[in-house]
Design a protein around this ligand. Structure first.
Ligand SMILES: Nc1ncnc2c1ncn2[C@@H]1O[C@H](COP(=O)(O)OP(=O)(O)OP(=O)(O)O)[C@@H](O)[C@H]1O
Ligand SMILES: [Mg+2]
Length: 301
């Protein structure tokens, strides 16, 4: 079943000077329930505009967006959604505890469950010790963590996150990736934008790539990575100090009785035949692949 649907979205902003900015051009795609979908694109591609349309903050020029089959303009459609805006900002004079109480109640979490939900969320995001501090004293990373906390606190089914790892240090980024994987294990749907390919490679089932307001590719991440195999680095151990009988493949490096070869993808079977005939022992095979970044750059350029 589809959790999110975007049909032929077009968004044209009108600037104060009367100019038109075509932010989205006929964008269509779906996110299935239980899926982690990465929305990848360079700066200014239209990621935030798409996300704001999905959560009903922007009205599209044409086209529409649905959450669980219901138009986003309906409040009930958004009750099961957690939304993290890009550059979140909160009430300076509230503490995380006060703010999360307000959020949890807005999303109809029963009063008796609110303290437990808040404690669990703040501990998960390592904000528990700061729960009674006014947020005006928070660092950028702490504000981002509060942003994630207000998403998680009401345990929604669908997560729409605009650059969730932004502003976080490596530990914070790794924490967020683990949270996303945990959400996936619990059957939740996660849709998040990023311009960092590594974030997508580690956690996403599928990736959609947006460039200048148009979707240029939607792909299964595992297939993409499998399809990107270019060759293999193979290490052999042999008593034969020259290993000349493996021609036409030449040794890349030699260290004592270990010989390292780079074998292009289409030469691997032929190479293995020669290895078996030579009586050498394979000690290591490493796959050399194009990564998602190469793929992304080839599309964006
Ligand atoms: N309110 C607005 N008025 C005019 N133009 C806008 C407005 N909001 C966005 N745009 C333009 O729409 C385009 C897409 O912007 P958007 O914020 O969606 O990009 P993005 O992919 O989220 O980029 P980033 O990675 O920098 O966050 C840009 O050209 C931007 O300048
Ligand atoms: Mg953005």
């Amino acid at each position: 079943m589809k959790a999110l649907e975007i049909h032929n979205l077009v968004k044209i902003f009108k600037t104060k000077k009367g100019q038109s900015v075509h932010a989205l051009n006929d964008l269509s795609f779906d996110v299935m329930q239980g899926e982690v979908f990465g929305f990848l694109g360079p700066n200014g591609a239209g990621k935030s505009t798409t996300i704001k349309t999905l959560v009903g903050l922007i009205t599209p020029s044409s086209g529409n967006a649905l959450i669980n089959g219901v138009p986003v303009s309906t409040g009930t459609a958004r009750l099961k959604v957690g939304y993290l805006p890009e550059n979140p900002a909160f009430y300076d004079y509230l503490t995380p505890e006060e703010y999360l109480t307000y959020v949890a109640r807005s999303f109809l979490v029963p009063v008796a469950e609110v303290p437990r939900c808040i404690e669990q969320t703040l501990k998960l995001l390592e904000l528990w010790d700061a729960r009674k501090r006014q947020m005006r004293s928070f660092s950028k990373g702490m504000v981002q963590r509060v942003g994630l906390a207000q998403v998680l606190v009401h345990d929604p089914d669908i997560y729409i996150l605009d650059e969730p790892m932004s502003g976080l240090d490596p530990l914070g980024r790794s924490l967020v990736k683990n949270i996303i994987l945990e959400l996936k294990n619990r059957g939740k749907t996660v849709f998040f934008s990023t311009h960092i390919t590594d974030d997508v490679e580690k956690v996403c089932d599928r990736v959609g790539i947006i460039v200048k307001g148009s979707l240029v590719a939607v792909n299964n991440v595992e297939n993409l990575l499998k399809g990107g195999v270019e060759g293999y680095l193979v290490s052999l151990q042999s008593a034969d100090s020259t290993l000349q009988n493996l021609a036409p493949f030449s040794v890349l490096r030699q260290s004592g009785t270990i010989f390292e070869y780079y074998i292009p993808k289409d030469g691997f079977n032929r190479f293995m035949e020669l290895v078996i005939r030579s009586g050498s022992e394979v000690v290591l095979v490493e796959t050399r692949r194009k990564n998602l970044e190469d793929y992304f750059l080839s599309l964006v350029k």
